[in-house]
Design a protein around this ligand. Structure first.
Ligand SMILES: Cc1cc2nc3c(=O)[nH]c(=O)nc-3n(C[C@H](O)[C@H](O)[C@H](O)COP(=O)(O)OP(=O)(O)OC[C@H]3O[C@@H](n4cnc5c(N)ncnc54)[C@H](O)[C@@H]3O)c2cc1C
Length: 293
């Protein structure tokens, strides 16, 4: 049996949505296909009648500054994000996350939209977008709306996005201001395709010797990627010091609920790792935010 019956190459969002709505069976978007084609081949996805290509829509492959935001189209390949000077300037965490996804061939086709829409708790690009306070632009036949990426996820593979009748158009990110910085780190088990044991990303704004504001995202460690809200609260407004790091450590360890995974690592090991990652990301973000640009 074919994996799909019909393949559409729309030239704009409205045409794509109309194609999905008029399909006689299940229709869904496809971008790089690095997740979806494997899921279809391995029987983890319901049979699809119509695949609708996102990469033929110019709006979805745009990466540009729009007023006071950086816009990254949902179908921009990760390799373009890694090579982009705009992303380097405004969202270093996203560069660091994107360049860890798969190998070069995967990054040449895999997209940020696919990474978010697949809604897995370990998705590297997603975790970086959460600390960067990015809003996802979603379109359906009625119009468009924006949802913070951090609020999108409902469970493993589940999000507010209805991929049978909605599209991710792209991501809107605030431009980085002076004394703001971000960082992403991943601990992984190398086995051909590296399986993440733990990812952590930090965005920070510093004011002299104070942590003016901070955001911390963590995954995989639960059904969705999550914000370390207690550690954030423990750090905000404090001088960057061993005492502040200790408060953040205690707050984070109260919030984590790691379980032992046969594929990733034991809960005990991930409790140990999360503290090391937190310190590393906070120290790196603090140093980066000191730069006078
Ligand atoms: C060898 C290998 C290694 C990998 N390594 C990593 C890794 O290290 N880290 C990591 O995070 N991921 C990894 N992945 C997973 C994958 O590459 C990423 O999740 C990728 O970003 C998915 O993007 P895509 O364009 O290929 O999505 P697709 O496979 O095309 O689509 C994925 C899902 O998103 C939906 N979708 C796609 N575009 C849109 C849109 N615009 N609007 C609405 N729904 C949409 C599809 O319907 C589908 O449900 C790996 C995959 C492979 C094969």
């Amino acid at each position: 049996m074919n994996l799909w019956e019909k393949y559409l190459r729309p030239s704009n969002v409205e045409e794509a949505l109309a194609g999905m709505a008029s399909a006689p069976g299940l229709a869904c978007p496809i971008a790089g296909g690095t997740d979806l084609l494997l899921d279809l081949k391995q029987g983890r996805h319901a049979h699809v009648h119509t695949l609708v290509d996102m990469t033929t829509i110019p709006e979805l492959t745009t990466l540009e500054i729009r007023a006071d935001e950086l816009f990254i189209g949902a179908a921009v390949p990760l390799s373009h994000i890694v090579a982009s000077e705009l992303v380097q300037e405004h969202a270093q965490a996203l560069i660091e996350a994107s360049q860890l996804v798969g190998g070069p061939q995967v990054r040449n086709t895999a997209t940020l939209g696919g990474n978010v829409a697949h809604a897995l708790p370990a998705a590297d690009g997603t975790i970086a977008l959460m600390v960067l306070q990015v809003q996802a632009e979603i379109a359906d036949l009625q119009g468009r709306r924006r949802v913070p990426v951090a609020d999108l996820f409902l469970g493993p593979g589940k999000s507010l996005l209805n991929v049978e009748r909605e599209l991710l158009v792209g991501f809107h990110m605030p431009l980085r201001k002076i004394h703001q910085a971000s960082v992403f780190r991943r601990i992984m088990r190398a086995q051909g395709t590296a399986l993440p044991i733990l990812n952590l990303s930090v965005w920070m704004e510093r004011k002299s010797d104070l942590i003016q504001d901070v955001r911390i995202a963590v995954g995989p460690g639960g059904p969705t990627p999550w914000m370390a809200s207690s550690a954030q609260a423990a750090l905000r407004g404090r001088p960057f010091s061993p005492a502040a790091l200790e408060l953040a450590r205690q707050a984070l360890l109260k919030q984590v609920g790691f379980r032992t995974s046969a594929f990733r690592a034991s809960a005990e090991y991930r409790n140990h790792l999360v503290v090391g990652l937190l310190n590393d990301c906070l120290e790196t973000a603090w140093e980066r935010a000191d730069k006078d640009y």
